[in-house]
Design a binder for this molecule. Structure first.
Ligand code: SF4
Ligand SMILES: [Zn+2]
Ligand SMILES: [Zn+2]
Length: 307
């Protein structure tokens, strides 16, 4: 079956439909859908400084590619990139090179921060110190902490991330499994429950696009490097949930879209429920958090005292 729009050779069948699109129609469809998300949820305003979290992998480079096009053609905003080097041997080095190459070619300012400069240890070093702790649980806390702190220092109005529909469906289900609805209230195309100048809102322009669609967009724009998974990814609960949802999707097409669509319907109620939760300041680093000491400082204290 040819491309539904122009009858050229198709490259992709859209999820949950029989519609096939050729390369140029798919790219237009993809960018239109991301732009619709930006407009509907007011993710970017004129003159915003949008810092994009990049890892150098296909998702973040696709996002940077798309936002760069948008900044030069449709919305007048400032774009820069922020990369966090966790310090994972044989994994992160390659993606850092890809990010540097892309930013240089496209004249985008790339800022780099690392776990080592904040915690004095690489993630490999932290994992060696705590072999029984799941690497992703420490890594996620440190990444969120550094991304927020650094993007605030860069005077960002928004922090853009390459999260897609598959990622969001996984997060929703993981929070359900852990009975952590308060965490779900912070999800959505733009994160956060209430405004606080210490938190830079995170925006997810690819929120309604599937992993497969983002991978196709990356491939068609030559953004796919040799893809390697993180050494620790199989330790993560997310890995199990990802497989489970992929199985469900194969048996019952549309499952992931339904999870996200139902979630979007109840999200305003969740935000309302948690809107009065107090945002404290960490006693040690003064960063915003929900308890006396933030999760990042708890990890850093453990690293120091148990060294
Ligand atoms: S898979 Fe886990 S350890 Fe690896 S980068 Fe992602 S969160 Fe960090
Ligand atoms: Zn076409
Ligand atoms: Zn702290």
């Amino acid at each position: 079956m040819p491309c539904k729009i122009c009858k050229e050779k198709p490259v992709m069948q859209l999820p949950n439909s029989n519609i096939k699109l050729c390369k140029s129609c798919f790219v237009k469809y993809f960018e239109r859908k991301a732009l619709r998300t930006i407009r509907k949820y007011k993710l970017i305003s004129r003159k915003d400084h949008v810092v994009t979290a990049v890892s150098g992998g296909k998702d973040s480079l696709s996002l940077l590619h798309f936002l760069n096009k948008l900044a030069s053609k449709k919305i007048d905003f400032k774009l820069s990139a922020l990369l966090i080097d966790e310090g994972i041997k044989d994994y992160r080095d390659g993606t850092i090179e890809a990010a540097k190459k892309f930013c240089k070619k496209n004249n985008i300012k790339l800022n780099i921060a690392s776990y080592k400069e904040v915690t004095r240890k690489t993630l490999d070093g932290i994992k060696k110190q705590f072999p029984d702790t799941i690497a992703c649980s420490m890594c996620g806390v440190l990444r969120r902490y550094i991304l927020n702190k650094k993007s605030r220092e860069l005077k960002a109005d928004k922090l853009a991330t390459g999260h897609n529909l598959d990622d969001e469906a996984q997060s929703i289900i993981m929070n359900q499994f852990r009975h952590n609805i308060a965490l779900s209230a912070r999800l959505g195309p733009i994160t956060g429950v209430k405004k606080d100048p210490r938190f830079i809102p995170r925006i997810k322009p690819f929120y309604f696009l599937t992993e497969k669609e983002v991978a196709t967009y990356a491939f068609l724009n030559n953004l796919m490097d040799k893809f390697k998974e993180c050494t620790y990814c199989t330790e993560s609960n997310r890995f199990v949930v990802r497989d489970m949802l992929n199985d469900m999707e194969a048996k019952y097409p549309g499952t992931k879209h339904s999870i996200v669509a139902s979630f979007i319907e109840i999200l305003p109620l969740l935000k309302e429920k948690f809107k009065d939760q107090e945002i404290k300041s960490c006693r040690i680093c003064k960063e915003p958090c929900s308890s006396e000491i933030c999760n990042a400082c708890t990890i850093m204290q453990k690293i120091k005292t148990e060294a």
